[in-house]
Design a protein around this ligand. Structure first.
Ligand code: PSV
Ligand code: MN
Length: 428
């Protein structure tokens, strides 16, 4: 964790300007009939889980350029996540990838995390790579494989992940499958899906009552002709066939170009099956870029659906918010600080939408005023609201500035470099 006096020192430098900005924005929102303090309260309740795999430099299939002072093991990753949490006060949970970040002693990891004020969100299984000492290969798929031995191995891996998750205090497992084909005729299209469903039923039946399973779809990659769980419809079919504890996870990068993601989100909310998110952004495919860095309006429109569902108290609506990014160029901690800020920004903008005005315009088919209700909110500079939420929780007005001033990276670099540095798992 960062010492609180370091956060305080940074806040002292920014506080006067922040106060003036917050006062000015509060007055402006007041004129719109919006209570700034109420928005800040809602923002302060926002939390998002940090993925264990995002603390080291990711890399692409063409190479990896490591940064200095990367965590060497999952315990040091917890230390870095605690730093992010002390600055944002919005990341008290970790989403763990197994086996990439599997601890030898899960209880020790749980205790280490708890001592830092952290807990665990959904655990992620991995049947998209072969692991050492594993009997069968996933080269031709896992749950959908023609070989029952491979399918059984994939099931057992997921059961193991649930067991680890139970010790950590997780309450959910996210299953993303790379299963698919790259050539027509390679595998039967219908049968692959049935096999996945059969395998997931075994995992589902083993879940504790208070657990959930999230099915995560992706249209292509590594399979380039067909993917078994390729779209939200397939994901929905799986979740609805499995039962009430199953729902769909939307990774913002897992859509074909030009897909209307907010519409996917709306459909899943309507069907009562929106389980959660993997936040990131993309230009071309599953680029895993910083959330909100490419299409901030789209991110806002997604949050607009989420806020609308919350306002309408849609039954059972409680999506899990997680990040899934690969940090290749920026310092991973700084990138994640920027990510949390982008999420809070989109959420704040969505909270500012004049819902009654929007609804009235929609009912009257007043296209311009309906669109303007969204644009007015999106075009508001909400930074003072987001900073105020952090400040009230004891976080930093400007997390990146506070992080840089703290000298944390240089300090851990000196400690961590001595043993050769950490080599993260292959980036995906
Ligand atoms: C697959 O591309 C994915 O989005 C899944 O969530 C994996 O668990 C994760 O990325 C691995 O980085
Ligand atoms: Mn993902």
């Amino acid at each position: 964790m960062l010492r609180s006096d370091l956060v305080d020192r940074s806040n002292d430098a920014h506080e006067a300007a922040h106060r003036a900005d917050f006062r000015a924005l509060s007055a402006r929102l007041d004129r719109q009939g919006i209570n700034a303090s109420g928005v800040v309260d809602a923002l302060a309740a926002f939390q998002v889980a940090v993925p264990s795999w995002a603390l080291g430099t990711g890399g692409t299939r063409f190479g990896r350029f490591p940064g200095t002072g990367e965590p060497r093991d999952v315990f040091e990753k917890m230390d870095d996540i605690a730093v992010i949490h002390s600055l944002t006060r919005a990341t008290p949970r970790v989403s763990l990838h197994i086996p990439w970040d599997e601890p030898r002693d899960p209880a020790a990891l749980r205790d280490h995390a708890a001592a830092l004020g952290l807990g665990f969100d959904a655990v992620n299984s991995n049947t998209f790579q072969d692991q050492s000492a594993q009997a069968h290969s996933y080269k031709f798929g896992s749950f959908s494989n023609a070989d029952p031995g491979v399918r059984q191995q994939a099931i057992e891996h997921n059961l193991h992940v649930v067991e680890v998750g139970k010790t950590l205090g997780s309450k959910a497992i996210t299953v993303w499958l790379a299963d698919g084909t790259s050539f027509p005729g390679q595998q039967p299209l219908r049968k692959g899906f049935e096999r996945v469903l059969d395998g997931l039923r075994v995992v589902y039946d083993a879940l504790p009552d208070d657990w959930q399973i999230f099915t995560e779809h992706k249209p292509y990659e590594p399979a380039f002709y067909s993917t078994v769980v390729q779209d939200w419809g397939s994901s929905y079919l799986l979740a609805s066939s499995l039962g009430d504890k199953a729902s769909c996870l939307v990774d913002l990068g897992h859509h074909l170009p030009n897909t209307n993601i907010e519409l996917v989100v709306a459909r899943l909310i309507g069907a009562g099956r929106l389980g959660g998110f993997h936040f990131n952004d993309s230009s071309y495919g599953d680029d895993d870029l910083t959330t909100g860095s490419i299409r901030p309006y789209r991110l806002f429109l997604v949050f607009n659906e989420l806020v609308e569902a919350a306002v309408e108290r849609v039954p059972g609506f409680k999506p899990a918010y997680m990040i899934d990014q690969s940090h290749n160029l920026k310092d991973p901690i700084e990138d994640l600080l920027q990510t949390v800020d982008a999420l809070q920004t989109a959420y704040a903008q969505a909270l500012l939408v004049d819902r009654a005005g929007l609804q009235a315009a929609q009912e009257a088919n007043d296209v311009l005023m309906a669109e303007r209700a969204l644009q007015t909110a999106f075009r508001t500079d909400v930074q003072p609201l987001v900073a105020e939420a952090r400040l009230r929780l004891g976080g930093a007005i400007d997390p990146v500035a506070a992080f840089r001033a703290s000298g944390y990276r240089a300090r851990v670099a000196a400690e961590r470099e001595t043993s050769g540095g950490y080599v993260p798992p292959q980036a995906l």
